[in-house]
Design a protein around this ligand. Structure first.
Ligand SMILES: [Zn+2]
Length: 457
């Protein structure tokens, strides 16, 4: 895990926010490669959830909303975590994080036998960030940064119904920022205070909800598998009733094998994505508080009903973390892997074996030697042409030797590297080196675009 955090900083995936001021816990910034990876993940999600389906449409609601939204949703009342405070140093912890409390207690050896009294009683702390709309900071103008994007979908349910010709079953998908004032943050991007989430609210006829719940569980698991997450590192699990939100009729989680969180820092299967059967709770609540009837008129049965909702929901940051961890590998090239053209890179290589659709950079182009003008010129022309045709991120690198360039691209997950060498000048071919096998093949320059369109499809 430390290696991944270090790689993220060194290569510009993830930076600690406000680092020059000492940083803020649980708030992270995406660097140049991080934003590319995040955009690719969001693009894949949007493609599979909205663009390739007939029954899902998109929405982008605001982060701020009427405070009654949070009253209706139950967040004002029950979106809390149990909090205890150390009476000695006033550090605060989640009361259910027993391990952290135990660890912390050990840092006060002087407390001795008085340890039992060292903690305050459990208080309930609301996780929503408060703010004010307009210049007057009083209770009437108080509102909250949204802790989930789902409510923005429910409050627009009527608008979507009346403006588009959707018929149940249908879904509304949204990608957007959410905020949770976590008492403690941990494990890099795993538990953070500001995050982006990808949520779908899928509205169904009551009675068909269990079927759709099963459908979306499978669909979401497959999305990760199709994007290269290893089978042995991911699984579906049903949460026991007592761990499920009060309104939920069932919640499943897609668990990932995180390299942290277990006893003594051992790996641990924990939540990557949640899939919940929210029932009709949200629409009924908003109907009650707004006085608007949020229901659906079924033309076949000529009856009105309040649909049930199935919701798959995942944080972009958690997805980034899972894809990075899963694709990270260290290889010793002293074996057969070290190809002739890899010479110069005697070191072990670090490879992010990201699915090419997720790789921040798709192709890197090199002249074999940077000081030979014809090579550099030809490589530059290929780079320009690919950039225009593939319309994705292409890199050009002429620093150091070829081995070092490969090493550098492997480390950020670039699936293909093109080298322009002396033979290229004679027969108009280049070598393409595959990141995972390190095998190389010669391809005609005029066939490059077809080659990559095929490989990156
Ligand atoms: Zn303390």
């Amino acid at each position: 895990m430390e290696k991944i955090v270090a790689l993220c900083k060194r290569r510009g995936f993830i930076f600690q926010n406000s680092e020059i001021y000492g940083g803020v816990n649980g708030i992270w910034d995406l660097g140049p490669l991080g934003v590319a990876l995040a955009n690719n993940i969001k693009k894949q999600w949007w493609e599979s959830m909205v663009l390739l389906r007939d029954d899902v449409i998109g929405l982008d609601s605001s982060i701020l909303s009427h405070p009654r939204v949070w009253e209706a949703s139950g967040h004002l009342r029950s979106f809390t975590d149990p909090l205890v405070e150390c009476k000695i140093c006033h550090e605060r912890f989640r009361a259910d994080h027993k391990k952290e409390i135990e660890e912390h207690t050990k840092t006060h050896p002087s407390a001795g036998s008085g340890q039992a009294d060292a903690w305050t009683d459990v208080k309930h702390f609301n996780l929503m960030f408060k703010t004010f709309v307009g210049p007057i900071e009083d209770d009437r103008n108080k509102t909250y940064l949204r802790p989930e994007t789902a409510q923005g979908i429910f409050i627009n349910f009527e608008n979507v119904l009346s403006s588009s010709r959707v018929k149940i079953p249908f879904g509304i998908a949204q990608i957007g920022k959410g905020f949770r004032n976590e008492i403690t943050t941990s494990n890099f991007l795993f538990r953070v205070r500001e995050f982006e989430m990808m949520e779908l609210e899928f509205f169904v006829k009551p009675g068909t909800d269990s079927k759709w719940f099963e459908y979306w569980k499978k669909e979401r698991l497959n999305w990760y598998l199709n994007l290269g997450i290893k089978k042995e590192n991911i699984k579906l699990t049903n949460l026991p009733k007592e761990d499920v939100a009060h309104y939920s009729k069932g919640t499943s989680e897609i668990w990932y094998n995180w390299p942290f969180g277990g006893a003594q820092g051992k790996p641990w299967f924990g939540e990557l994505e949640g899939v919940a059967n929210r029932g009709d709770y949200d629409l009924i609540q908003h109907s009650k508080l707004s006085g608007r009837e949020l229901s659906y008129y079924d033309e076949e049965s000529k009856k009105r009903y309040v649909p049930y909702v199935v919701e798959p929901s995942v944080g972009v940051g958690r997805a980034i973390l899972a894809f990075l961890i899963d694709s990270y590998s260290e290889e010793n090239p002293s074996a057969s892997i070290r190809q002739a053209q890899d010479k110069g890179s005697g070191q072990d290589r670090v490879v992010l074996k990201l699915h090419p659709k997720l790789s921040p950079i798709k192709v890197a182009v090199f002249p074999l030697l940077s000081n030979k003008l014809p090579l550099a010129k030809m490589a530059r022309a290929i780079y320009d042409n690919l950039k225009k045709s593939i319309k994705d991120s292409i890199a050009f690198d002429e620093r150091g030797n070829i081995g070092k360039r490969y090493y550098s691209q492997d480390e950020i997950g670039t699936p293909f590297c093109i080298t322009v060498d002396f033979q290229s000048l004679e027969d108009d071919t280049v070598t393409i080196r595959d990141r995972d096998t390190t095998k190389q093949e010669r391809v005609k320059v005029k066939n490059l675009i077809n080659y990559f369109n095929d490989k990156l499809k």
